[in-house]
Design a protein around this ligand. Structure first.
Ligand code: 7TS
Length: 419
């Protein structure tokens, strides 16, 4: 056995998809009398029992408001919440736990940066660079900021494989550029963007950069210090955690200078009717009672991911992705939208001239859950001049056997439409 095959062997040994699947109770059900095959992971992933248990445990034993009580339950809840922040910090390798702000998810994180950092630093005629492949969450908050300030958006174009054109990106910088905001992995195309290179280019122009990591954190190791990005966002529900919780990473020196986002309890130091002073970071950005159980559930999801190993997950999912691509290549009449050289486990496709919604409905009758539509990335659809795609998105509990069944079901879709 060569060293390579040996390490491959070890990785495969460590990855027991059968037992992983058993950790997810929602996967053990039938839909239309067929065993559920869940391929809508880019929308939201299923939750392992450990995450569900951690939510129940919190509400059964530790439920209390945080940071303010002197009683035992409040101290316990505060500790669990702050430990969760440290878990997220370690997961993305941030330098300080105060660089992690808990929020509802990527959408809220980007809105926070737009309204707090953006309103303070971006003005009339300034420019913000985003790309053609952004989710609406990384378009609309910037458009709103532009309406409020008179700034303008500059768009990095994509090619027909769904890759960003880096030369065009370089050419977009001017002395008016104040921020870059770009997606790490496209939810509509699966493209993995060369963000390290993009971050370095932004910094060569002294421009800060936000990375939308919603689709990346479940699938690959993130090291914000090595990347050097100024902001990074994640959504808990896409990485086996609860809905309604996510996080913003921002460099300490930037976070310390930003004005508050929402006002209310917890985010203040001192309030009088004449003047209010604001709390330290990250609490300054966490107004009101937070989703305490959600943060704890997210930390449990991260522990779960780490118990399997994010590198093992990435390796396994690459195998799924390559297999799906191979079956797609051999499938007559199937057109894959998003064929970037560097791709993750997202298969966006069109089948003959059958509407994506019809494909999705027939697959549902076969017990297969996919998403159809524009995937909140309408400019991507406009680029390809299509209204919608069918999208199967894979994660660590999926198998090649399930992917094979997807393609058998697509055969059935064609039969239905051939009649
Ligand atoms: N950015 C990307 C790249 C996304 O894929 C999504 C959600 C968001 C931002 C917004 O995340 P949220 O957690 O704040 O909602 N994407 C999808 C999807 O592809 N299908 O449903 C939601």
């Amino acid at each position: 056995m060569t060293v390579d095959t040996q390490s491959e062997h070890i990785t495969t040994m460590a990855f027991d998809v059968k037992s992983i699947k058993q950790d997810f109770p929602a996967l053990a059900q039938t839909v239309h009398n067929k065993p559920l095959i869940y391929f809508d992971n880019a929308a939201t992933s299923q939750k392992p029992q450990a995450v569900i248990d951690s939510l129940v445990h919190y509400y059964q034993h530790d439920n209390a408001n945080i940071h303010r009580g002197v009683h035992t339950l409040s101290e316990r809840a505060t500790k669990a919440y702050e430990d969760a922040r440290k878990t997220v910090q370690q997961f993305v390798n941030a330098k300080h736990d105060s660089e992690i702000v808990f929020l509802r998810g990527t959408t809220e994180a980007i809105n926070l940066v737009a309204q707090s950092y953006g309103r303070a630093n971006i003005g009339q005629d300034d420019e913000i660079i985003i790309s053609e492949m952004e989710h609406h969450a990384n378009i609309v908050p910037w458009q709103m900021l532009c309406e409020q300030t008179g700034a303008t958006l500059k768009i990095i174009p994509i090619n027909d494989k769904g890759e960003l054109l880096l030369e065009e990106y370089q050419a977009l910088f001017s002395n008016k550029t104040k921020l870059v905001a770009v997606v790490h992995i496209s939810n509509a195309l699966g493209t993995i963007n060369p963000i390290k290179q993009m971050i370095d280019i932004a910094h060569q122009h002294d421009v800060p950069i936000l990375i939308d990591g919603a689709q990346a954190t479940p699938h690959m190791a993130i090291d914000v210090q090595a990347l050097g990005c100024d902001f990074y966002t994640l959504s808990g529900h896409k990485m086996y955690g609860p809905t309604g919780i996510g996080a913003l990473y921002a460099k300490k020196e930037i976070l310390e200078k930003m004005p508050p986002y929402q006002g209310g309890g917890e985010m203040i130091k001192m309030v009088t009717f004449e003047k209010t002073t604001y709390n330290e970071i990250p609490f300054r950005y966490e107004a009101g009672t937070m989703h305490i159980a959600g943060a704890i559930g997210l930390a449990t999801a991260i522990d779960y991911i780490q118990s399997i190993g994010i590198e093992n997950i990435a390796h396994y999912e690459q195998g799924l992705s390559a297999y799906a691509q191979q079956l797609a290549d051999d499938f007559d009449g199937l057109r894959v939208i998003g064929t970037a050289a560097d791709k993750t486990g997202i298969l966006s496709f069109l089948l003959d001239n059958i509407h994506a919604h019809d494909v999705g409905t027939i697959l549902d009758h076969e017990g297969i859950a996919i998403r159809t539509g524009h995937h909140c990335a309408m400019p991507v659809m406009q680029h390809f001049n299509i209204p919608a795609t069918a999208r199967a998105s894979f994660c660590m509990y999926n198998t090649k056997a399930e992917i094979k069944q997807l393609f058998s079901a697509l055969d059935k879709v064609r039969e239905v439409f051939a009649k």
